[in-house]
Design a protein around this ligand. Structure first.
Ligand code: SF4
Length: 247
């Protein structure tokens, strides 16, 4: 296999930990910087079905394979901010054309110097524990979000604590996630006044308050060590998510 640093590569191909169907996880933007205006220059991770485009999978309600039980899926009428007809479909089409190779050793080694967004589309916990844990060993600076935190086994929960924030949808879930020692990320109704949790009132996303890109912020990076206090980060619903909050 070519051992030059790749710009994009497959990090996993196999069954989904969520429903056993075939998925692929692809990293893009390794050499060429991504143009996402919120995240800034970060390697983007896409978790997709091997057999259906993201849009078709959503239309067929087959997106459990890559998104788990996330309630924001379009297939459930949710307000997921990802436009399935854009980047996720392009990644899928390139994958089906054979445009990506398996990640090589040089690229894996290079990743540890880059900032990585764990899950531009799909949930990283769709990848079974062993390949996920092996991949994460190469990731240092990152943001990561998971909706699967309520259903993880003990060792996967440890990965979630270290590398991810738990996506929570209300205060009750926030408290539950904090009881599991997870950092959290919550999209809330703009009119809702934040209630103090055991760590205080939380931190409003720095992209909102200071116009900082995720690549420069990295607050949503889980907890580096057990001694790092879990964080509670929140953002007001905006864009197509507003409808969900009836405001
Ligand atoms: S808190 Fe920071 S890392 Fe998290 S979403 Fe906001 S800007 Fe990105």
């Amino acid at each position: 296999m070519n051992n030059k640093i790749q710009d994009a590569a497959i990090i996993y191909q196999g069954v989904s930990a969520f429903d056993g169907k075939p998925i692929a996880a692809i990293a893009t933007g390794i050499k060429r910087k991504s143009k996402n205006s919120k995240t800034g220059a970060m390697v983007q991770l896409w978790i997709i079905s091997q057999d259906l485009s993201p849009y078709d999978a959503s239309q067929a309600s087959s997106d459990t394979s890559n998104c788990g039980d996330c309630k924001h899926r379009h297939s459930l009428g949710g307000g997921c901010y990802v436009d399935l007809l854009k980047a996720p479909n392009s990644v899928y089409n390139c994958y089906k054309r054979g445009g990506y190779e398996d990640i090589n050793a040089a690229t894996l080694a290079h990743l540890s110097s880059l900032k990585v967004r764990l899950g531009a589309y799909g949930d990283m916990f769709a990848i079974p524990y062993k390949p996920l844990a092996n991949f994460l060993k190469h990731v240092r600076k990152r943001t990561g979000y998971t909706h699967a935190w309520q259903n993880l086994d003990k060792r996967s929960l440890e990965l979630a604590r270290k590398y991810f924030v738990a996506s929570v949808d209300n205060f009750e879930e926030l408290v539950k996630a904090q009881d599991l020692e997870l950092s959290t990320f919550r999209v809330k109704a703009p009119k809702e006044v934040m209630t103090a949790d055991k760590f205080g009132y939380g931190i409003e996303c720095l992209n909102t308050t200071h116009d900082i890109e995720c690549a420069d912020c990295l607050l949503c990076n889980g907890r580096d060590t057990d001694k790092t206090r879990p964080r509670n980060i929140f953002i007001d619903a905006h864009g197509n998510k507003l409808d969900r909050f009836n405001v």
